[in-house]
Write a protein that binds this ligand. Structure first.
Ligand code: CP
Ligand code: NVA
Length: 303
């Protein structure tokens, strides 16, 4: 059973074709030619953390592919009362044809995938957010029209699930990634080693946002306190105060550089309002592309 736990679950060739298919599905949206490979199928969207974009894009995506979306907010299910994820996996296998799962520890995604005989899609864990990267890379392909193996990307901020996903993307698509983060907030060493072990792409870790951003095609960032880190927000605001993507920082990138953010964003923290609301920002195209990219993914895995 093919799962999508991280970007390493699909080959570089498959990922590349998937982005093209996402762009095609975007064009076919609302036309009679739009495919319905999920006809007669149900896809569960199981959420242990809050979500706006992921929930909407999966629900609409399943519906537009002809299927039935079933959103399960975990706290309203027996999972929220302690039923094991392993039992949940076996139970879901008997009812639905695929599951998108948002959780805390990445080991819970692995446990669901091990115990379910249906495709499991990672809809965000503490360590990875691969669906977001599909949309981000689709946006770069559409908006820059540059070959993905020729670009340079700067990620400014926390070494979190988004940073990790950008690292795996750099390896899979062969681009140059520069991550600027404060000491103590580096990406996980094991994931860095995994990405570097492929020998594809390159990843620089620096303390200097300026060094990361100079001359790049894409600048991106993410919140300083992720879901589950709310109690640490004040300490993080202090640690990250020099890591805001301001217009001055943006001006070090290429003139035609674009700005991406997975959202939700905190204006005045990780990004200045003039950047995220300015002409280089593509964040709402990026958010919409979650729909098209995940449709291409579900067509491949569940269709
Ligand atoms: N970017 C993203 O995953 O957004 P949500 O948390 O709203 O789903
Ligand atoms: N790093 C953020 C991403 C939200 C889409 C979080 O995990 O909360």
């Amino acid at each position: 059973m093919a799962d999508f736990r991280t970007l390493f679950d699909l080959s570089p060739e498959t990922l590349d074709a998937l982005l093209d298919r996402a762009i095609e599905l975007k064009k076919l949206r609302g036309t009679p030619e739009h495919p319905r490979p999920l006809e007669g199928k149900t896809v569960a969207i199981l959420l242990e953390k809050a979500s706006t974009r992921t929930r909407i894009s999966f629900e609409v995506g399943v519906y537009e592919l002809g299927g039935q979306p079933l959103t399960l907010v975990a706290r309203d299910t027996q999972l929220g009362r302690g039923e094991p994820i392993e039992d949940t996996a076996k139970m879901l296998t008997g009812y639905v044809h695929g599951v998108a799962y948002r959780t805390f520890g990445h080991d819970r995604i692995e446990a669901l995938a091990r115990n379910a005989d249906i495709p499991v899609i990672n809809a965000l864990s503490d360590d990875f957010h691969p669906c977001q990267l599909l949309a981000d890379l689709q946006t770069i392909r559409e908006e820059t029209r540059k070959a993905l193996d020729s670009i340079q990307v700067a990620y400014v901020g926390d070494g979190n699930n988004m940073a990790h996903s950008w690292m795996l993307a750099a390896a899979q698509f062969g681009f140059e990634l520069r991550i600027a983060c404060p000491e103590g907030f580096d990406p996980k060493e094991s994931i860095l080693e995994l990405a570097r072990s492929t020998g594809r792409g390159s990843i620089l870790i620096t303390r200097s946002p300026e060094e990361a951003v100079r001359g790049v095609d894409v600048v991106t960032t993410d919140v300083w306190a992720s879901m589950g880190q709310e109690d640490d927000a004040a300490r993080r605001r202090e640690a990250f105060k020099d890591y805001c993507v301001t217009q001055a920082l943006m001006s070090l990138a290429k003139d035609d550089a674009i700005f991406l953010h997975c959202l939700p964003a905190h204006r005045g923290e990780e990004v200045a309002a003039e950047v995220i609301d300015g002409p280089q920002s593509r964040v709402f195209i990026e958010a919409e592309n979650r729909l098209h990219a995940q449709k291409a993914l579900m067509e491949l895995l569940i269709g």
